[in-house]
Design a protein around this ligand. Structure first.
Ligand code: PLP
Length: 446
């Protein structure tokens, strides 16, 4: 087994294979034989799971792993209310959006009411990629132009059209000729100036701006949420150039940032023209969505036809409705703010005593922690990987992100509470102590 690890941060490269139980090695071999080669497993020593509950995943021996990584099972793994809603609906009716069903209309009304875009309409897809793909078609139809601006290490999905505007897929996946990348927001840099230059470049090449598309938390660029408000002048620039602002909320939506339901709402005065959503929307069922302001969608709605076979089907809508119920009834957005704030504060304290942890950023339960080499202070993907694998060996799941792969990515399901945060912090302290002591680096493998 040998996989090209550098193509994905925290990707399994085969090096830890011999340390795995024989059954796991056999499953990996069968997987290699059966699945396409572009798939990647996580970790030096991949993990198999057979069950999930709340914020824990369980391996075949019943060992519990604390999930501090997965945002799709956002209201908790196997949440009984989601399971019940889906099972009931599946046993009753599962059709599509060409028949009248009450569920999809009621859900669209509820979803739209959570947004602050002004009057808008919803359209349902199965994945975030499809939602972005549709958003792009609508933006081009509405503006009559093709240029798109994204950040330098953005990820927006897997369709041919959105892979062309996902530079984080790597140099082997070409960007479209209509795509311009801008440096990700960084302290002290002028993000809006980069966007202004890209708008001008698109104009000079005769393409013009159709849309600026950004993940409201800049997850794949290294988790860059601050300072709240910095996206508002960017939206103004985009609008002044006749383009549309598309907020990709696939990562940052559904209460994840704690203070607001949607990441873009952290930026006062920012009114996106289109918002795309996915991942946590159905707690694991394939449902995603795009909402667009009425005026933006008008022309597309009149001139095009859209049918997504599984998009917005009653079973997935039942899951999505249950997710909204659970977020409200269990106070998960407030928990994200509270526990996320606590976790950020405690990791910041750990970082103050550790020469290998630098900046700690985040909003709610979405944190990024820079890992640097103790001697030089330079970003260290190797050390970040060692910490990620060290946490995995202590049964805590995280990963890494960012263009240089040196940012720890901490993004647990939203019921992650203070005791879980304490369990996480204990593991992180132990890992840091193993890989670094006051006298220096002990091992690159923590
Ligand atoms: C910001 C962002 N947009 C879009 C997508 C694509 O979503 P999906 O995998 O559901 O197609 C992702 C997936 O990771 C994402 O992180």
């Amino acid at each position: 087994v040998s996989q090209p690890g550098p193509l994905m941060v925290n990707g399994f490269d085969g090096s830890g294979l011999s340390g795995l139980p024989a059954e796991t090695q056999q499953l990996i071999a069968r997987r290699e034989a059966a699945l396409g080669g572009a798939y990647r497993l996580f970790y030096e020593r991949p993990v198999e799971f057979v069950r999930g509950s709340g914020v824990y995943l369980y391996d075949p021996d019943g060992v519990a792993y604390l999930d501090a990584y997965n945002n799709v099972p956002s209201v908790g793994h196997s949440h009984p209310r989601v399971t019940e809603a889906v099972s009931r609906q599946l046993a009753t009716l599962n059709t599509h959006t060409r028949y009248l069903t009450d569920g999809v209309v009621g859900y669209a009304e509820r979803l739209l009411a959570t947004h602050t875009t002004g009057p808008a309409h919803a359209m349902f897809t199965c994945t975030g990629s499809e939602a972005n793909d549709l958003a792009l078609r609508i933006a081009r139809s509405c503006t009559g132009r093709t240029g798109v601006i994204v950040t330098e290490n953005a990820y927006h999905g897997v369709t041919a059209a959105v892979a062309e505007l996902s530079p984080s897929l790597g140099a082997n996946v070409p960007l479209g000729v209509h795509v311009r990348t801008v440096p990700a927001p960084a302290p002290g840099s002028d993000f809006a100036a980069g966007v202004a230059a890209a708008i001008e470049d698109l104009r000079r090449h005769g393409l013009g701006l159709s849309a600026f598309l950004a993940d409201s938390l800049f997850s794949s660029d290294g988790v860059l949420p601050d300072p709240a408000g910095f996206l508002t002048p960017v939206a103004d620039l985009v609008h002044a150039a006749g383009g549309l602002y598309i907020a990709d909320e696939v990562q940052s939506g559904f209460g994840r940032t704690g203070s607001r339901m949607w990441g873009y709402q952290r930026h006062a005065g920012l009114t996106p023209d289109i918002v795309t959503m996915g991942k946590p929307m159905g707690n694991g069922l394939p449902i995603a969505a795009m909402i667009a302001r009425q005026s933006v969608l008008e022309e597309f709605g009149r001139t095009a036809r859209y049918f997504n076979t599984f998009g917005g089907n009653p079973v997935c809508v039942a899951a999505a409705a249950a997710v909204l119920d659970v977020i409200a009834d269990e106070g998960l957005q407030a928990n994200s703010l509270e526990t996320g704030g606590y976790l950020k504060g405690e990791i910041t304290r750990l970082a103050a005593d550790s020469p290998v942890l630098a900046g700690v950023r985040g909003a709610g339960l979405y944190l990024g922690v820079d890992v640097v080499s103790a001697g030089t202070g330079e970003p260290s993907a190797g050390l970040a990987a060692a910490i990620v694998n060290g946490m995995r060996d202590r049964h805590v799941l995280i990963s890494a992100t960012g263009p240089r792969g040196h940012v720890l990515k901490v993004r647990p399901p939203l019921p992650f509470a203070r005791p879980h945060a304490d369990q996480f912090l204990e593991a992180l302290s132990a890992v840091l102590a193993t890989c670094y002591s006051g006298r220096g680096l002990l091992a690159f493998r923590c």
